[in-house]
Ligand binder design. Structure first.
Ligand SMILES: Cc1ncc(COP(=O)(O)O)c(C=O)c1O
Length: 299
């Protein structure tokens, strides 16, 4: 991976190679952490962070379920993110805030363990590496909404994502697609999904999934572009019959899907609506559509 000089750890900058934790850190054993993935983009006037506030607010929202309450205000964490980008002099890439139970207590009750917050940034290009991808419906189902708080970005949830991704990539696919416990479409291991049906956008409702910040950006942009968009239950059959399909996410941005298992979606090409949204998204994140400058924080 591309490295940079410094990582922010509990209020101090430390060298990348020294940003270590104790092997008995609680989160390492039990997945008791929450995190965010945020992107920052190069613009003509310097780097900007996309939807910084919404991401840090979601970090705090996720943390509440595990009683992970940091000692910093949201605004202080936003500023620490900007400082971490500045000190490392990177002009585009990825930001990873991680809030977790650290050293000091073993056993499932985390009370008494340290609460640590770290912020790392690094240059990162395309996540799914290709223009259009083929996806495998995984045998694993999305975590049942009553088993946990599915809308929180808790590190332990990601075992479900990792297993799904391993299964799909070992079978030669680029990514997995996860169904919910009723057999309806949920999301990707680290992405939300949209289909296009007769010119309209449809995405699964937010109750069983991580309601992505990119997803909500696309819903708002679609509305502004005069595209009809709705949140509806999507059966596996409906998914296959769609005209266009794409993933959304901070890492994946908008990634077109041309195949689900052996089934070719539409013409097997990037569809016109997906293309239009990709163009607009690119303008939005690089500050070229002033209407959405409200989503950008200057570094
Ligand atoms: C499981 C899952 N779903 C969806 C997403 C997309 O969310 P966002 O657009 O906020 O990055 C992510 C990435 O954070 C994710 O991990």
């Amino acid at each position: 991976m591309d490295t940079v000089e410094k990582i922010w750890m509990d209020g101090k900058f430390v060298d990348w190679k020294d940003a270590n934790v104790h092997v008995l850190s609680h989160a390492l054993h039990y997945g008791s952490g929450v995190f965010e993935g945020i992107r920052f983009y190069k613009t003509k006037t310097g780097p900007v962070v996309f939807r910084l506030k919404e991401h840090i607010e979601r970090l705090y929202y996720s943390g509440k379920f595990l009683r992970l309450l940091p000692e910093y205000k949201i605004e202080e964490v936003e500023e620490a993110v900007l400082e971490t980008i500045r000190i490392n002099k990177v002009d585009q890439g990825y930001i990873r805030p991680l809030l977790f139970y650290g050293y000091g207590k073993m056993g499932l009750n985390p009370k008494g363990a340290d609460i640590n917050l770290v912020i790392a940034v690094w240059p990162w290009g395309k996540y799914l590496a290709k223009d259009k991808i083929k996806v495998k419906v995984t045998k694993y189902i999305r975590i049942h909404p009553d088993s946990t708080h599915a809308q929180a970005k808790i590190t332990g949830h990601y075992v479900n994502s990792i297993l799904s991704n391993i299964e799909a990539t070992e079978k030669g696919y680029d990514e997995a697609l996860i169904l919910d416990y009723e057999g309806n479409v949920a999301e990707g291991p680290g992405e939300n999904i949209f289909l296009v049906e007769k010119g309209k956008l449809v995405t699964p409702p937010a109750n069983h999934i991580l309601p992505g910040i990119t997803r909500s950006s696309i819903l708002e942009m679609a509305n502004d572009m005069g595209l009809e968009a709705s949140e509806e239950t999507i059966s596996h059959k409906r998914l296959l019959m769609s005209d266009e399909l794409f993933f959304t996410g901070t890492a994946a941005e908008i990634t077109p899907i041309f195949k689900i298992d052996d089934w070719v979606i539409g013409e097997g090409e990037i569809g016109p609506i997906t293309n239009k949204l990709m163009d607009e998204f690119n303008k939005v994140v690089t500050g070229e559509d002033p209407k959405y400058n409200k989503w950008l924080t200057r570094v």
